[in-house]
Write a protein of this length. Structure first.
Ligand SMILES: Cc1cc2nc3c(=O)[nH]c(=O)nc-3n(C[C@H](O)[C@H](O)[C@H](O)COP(=O)(O)OP(=O)(O)OC[C@H]3O[C@@H](n4cnc5c(N)ncnc54)[C@H](O)[C@@H]3O)c2cc1C
Length: 357
């Protein structure tokens, strides 16, 4: 009997939990370590920000799901991984030995120095974002026309800005402001220039002010200084910049998603060797998770794991307005009501898949 330890219940490991059968799990000792019994599903966060759904609808009961399958769940945080002695050190002081390990802990946010820490809100990790969001709601009800700044230029930042705008429009805060500030010369730089431009136009149309080529190095007391000298004042500033790899291990995953013979690492917290520009996305983490199951099965019977193939096109759907979303599939892109309906259907189907064991 081998001990297989999964650290983190991120999108990739959720796929492992889904795919492994209770019979497979019973043959070994499977352990899941996570600081929380729930996992936030990022696909629904924009609808939460816009006020369409409640916090309780955002989470998957990942610990219950794992336990029902036969996993042992440990509510703790991994602090470091010893790849020589095959053990994991936990925040509580404990140590767990493993025969096989997989790490899926998400990325670490890049911190920006701030004179307004109370009003500076990091959207990742969601466990820290949620209590801060309550403060934003307080601001929303206290200020007639709140001013929000979103820092970042990727798909997540676009969705956060669009969702804040939707929320403020619903509150009829007509003179409220939402600014999107990005260091890039265009939004969503991993899409084609044409798609970036279309996204920009949609945001401008909905009243979001966009500031490109603006690197944010410091946040002043409720203001940002832009390169042309303009002072951008805000009530809350949201940081949605790309995350950095996790600090609990070193090294990059190889084409088989392995850091070493007994250790796999997947998701946003892991860099893949040879793919420095791999986008941080839930879709990719899910694809990795589906491949990871296959490689874990192989490793357990001493077969060589196989290469993970990155799909050339990923399906992305971004919320861009009250009743619209933009679907992006390689060079193809379309904005309207049906991408939004399609996204809601995908999200609903995904959440439902964790309600049955
Ligand atoms: C607002 C927003 C919207 C997004 N929308 C989309 C979308 O529509 N589609 C899409 O593809 N991507 C989307 N993304 C990106 C997506 O959220 C991430 O790419 C995805 O969550 C990465 O998943 P992951 O598997 O790396 O881990 P995560 O889902 O980040 O989960 C990591 C888990 O590890 C746990 N953990 C952390 N540290 C430790 C530790 N030390 N020990 C044990 N456990 C730990 C955490 O509690 C968490 O449960 C969005 C991002 C944001 C911010």
């Amino acid at each position: 009997m081998k001990t297989i330890v999964l650290i983190g219940s991120g999108h990739a490991h959720l796929e492992v939990l889904k795919a492994l059968t209770s019979e497979e799990i019973a043959k070994h000792k499977f352990i899941l370590i996570s600081p929380s019994r729930q996992t936030y599903y990022s696909g629904l966060v924009p609808r939460f920000i816009s006020g369409e759904i409640e916090a309780r609808n955002l989470t998957i009961d990942s610990a219950d799901f794992a336990e029902a399958k036969g996993f042992k769940f440990i509510q703790d945080e991994a602090q470091s991984v010893d790849q020589i002695n095959n053990s994991v050190s936990l925040k509580s002081g404990g140590k767990i030995n493993f025969d096989l390990l997989s790490i899926n802990v998400g990325g670490t946010p890049t911190k920006i120095s701030s004179d307004a820490p109370f009003n500076t809100i990091y959207v990742r990790p969601f466990d820290e974002f949620m209590p801060k969001w309550r403060e934003v709601q307080r601001i929303c009800s206290a200020c007639v026309n709140p001013r929000f700044v979103v820092v970042g230029g990727g798909a997540a930042a676009v969705e956060v800005a669009a969702s804040l705008r939707i929320r403020l429009n619903r509150n009829q805060a007509k003179r409220s402001e939402v600014h999107l500030v990005s260091k890039g010369s265009r939004l969503c730089e991993n899409y084609t220039e044409k798609i970036s431009e279309q996204i920009k136009k949609s945001l401008l149309k909905s009243g979001i002010k966009i500031h490109l080529d603006e690197q944010v190095n410091h946040i002043f007391q409720k203001s940002l200084k832009l390169s042309q000298g303009e002072n951008l004042e805000f009530d809350s500033i949201f940081i949605v910049t790309p995350t950095q790899p996790s600090k609990i291990f070193t090294g990059k995953a190889d084409s088989k998603l392995r850091l070493s013979a007994r250790v796999y690492a997947v998701g946003d917290g892991t860099e893949m060797a040879g793919h420095p520009n791999l986008p941080r996305s839930g879709v990719i983490a899910v694809h990795q998770g589906r491949h990871l199951v296959h490689n874990i099965r192989n490793s357990l019977i001493d077969l060589e794991p196989s290469d993970f193939k990155i799909k050339s096109k990923q399906l992305n759907i971004l919320i861009t307005g009250e009743n619209s979303a933009r679907l992006v599939w390689g060079n193809f892109s379309f904005e309207g009501k049906w991408p939004l309906r399609f996204k809601n259907w995908i999200d609903h189907r995904y959440m439902s898949s964790f309600r049955k064991v």
